[in-house]
Write a protein of this length. Structure first.
Length: 256
């Protein structure tokens, strides 16, 4: 009888450990898809929580901003669906206005700013496709946003004065890793694949740059220091092009 009781105790402990492990899985919410996530079926405001986009979004006639994220600790899995705008000025695919936001698995196209991060920290952007085909446009644009990541993504821009990624307004400590950045300029005006304005302590590594046109830059930094740039491949075709240019008291930068 004592032996049978010992086995019962062991089985009970195994069940407790297994159940505890399942509870611990909630820390991996960024991977998706998410069981029990709230479905996003239309443009609108997103508050705190875990969400999955379940259909293509965007009303090109009316939506200046498709999704506005106002709640912290929010995860959006795009479900490999599209968010589509109308190629007009001052439009946003996803506007982030909260901390700790994760965005993945979505294609965003035809907005002035595909993803805009405004005064928000710890934004993670992974496995997205961003396409802009309007003048003065940005794939990812930040303002006073820190400790973010842009990884495993494809960002495609074209026309005049366009930027694949722009970190502005003292946006610091970003990791830009393993992305493909395609930039095609349609006129002599300049453009930037990655533009840093007062952004410090960033890591830009293992990215591929494809830049075609005139008067443009692969990586351009102004008032940006302690930047690590490593193992990137820059393919630039055209005239008056600069691969990497760090100016205006940009200091302590490492390029390898």
């Amino acid at each position: 009888m004592a032996q049978l009781d010992s086995r019962a105790i062991l089985i009970f402990l195994f069940v407790i450990i297994l159940f505890s492990g399942c509870l611990g899985q909630k820390d991996a919410v960024f991977m998706g898809p998410f069981t029990g996530a709230t479905a996003i079926t239309a443009c609108g405001t997103v508050t705190s929580g875990t969400y999955t986009i379940t259909q293509n979004l965007g009303n090109p006639a009316t939506n200046a901003t498709c999704l506005t994220v106002t709640g912290a600790d929010t995860t959006i899995d795009g479900g490999n669906f599209n968010i589509t705008g109308n190629n007009t000025a001052s439009t946003f695919g996803i506007l982030v206005q909260a901390n700790d936001v994760n965005i993945s698995n979505v294609k965003i196209q035809n907005y002035t700013k595909s993803i805009s991060v405004d005064t928000s920290n710890f934004t993670n952007i992974n496995n997205v496709t961003l396409i802009t085909s309007v003048d003065n446009a940005f794939g990812v644009w930040t303002n006073n946003a820190n400790n973010g990541t842009i990884t495993n993504s494809s960002i495609i821009t074209s026309l005049t004065n366009v930027n694949n990624i722009a970190l502005n307004g003292v946006s610091a400590s970003w990791t830009i890793y393993n992305n493909t950045l395609n930039n095609t300029i349609s006129s002599a005006s300049g453009s930037f694949d990655i533009y840093l304005a007062g952004s410090n302590f960033d890591n830009i590594s293992n990215n591929i740059f494809n830049h075609t046109g005139n008067t443009g830059y692969g990586i351009y930094g102004s008032l940006s220091s302690n930047i690590t740039i490593a193992n990137n491949m820059l393919y630039m075709t055209g005239t008056t092009l600069t691969g990497i240019d760090m100016i205006s008291t940009s200091q302590n930068n490492t390029i390898t």
